[in-house]
Write a protein of this length. Structure first.
Length: 75
């Protein structure tokens, strides 16, 4: 059943950043965020949500992805 496949992200605080550009650069941006904001106690999990992707834009440099990293408060 479809309902069995639905997953939820628990309510919590997140560090959120919008990334504009190709997916290739997202890993480096996440690493940079972890270094800069590690004092917040960031989870090892990262959620990426495509806002503008290949279905809306041909130019990969125009893609927009929201990066969300849970803040656990434990560093």
């Amino acid at each position: 059943a479809v309902a069995d496949q639905v997953r939820y992200i628990e309510e919590q605080k997140f560090l959120c950043v919008c990334w504009k550009g190709s997916y290739i650069g997202i890993g480096a941006k996440i690493k940079e965020l972890r270094q800069e904001y590690g004092y917040l106690g960031l989870s090892s999990d990262t959620y990426n949500f495509n806002i503008v992707d290949q279905f809306l834009e041909k130019d990969m440099e125009e893609y927009i992805t929201e990066i969300q990293i849970p803040i656990t408060g434990i560093s």
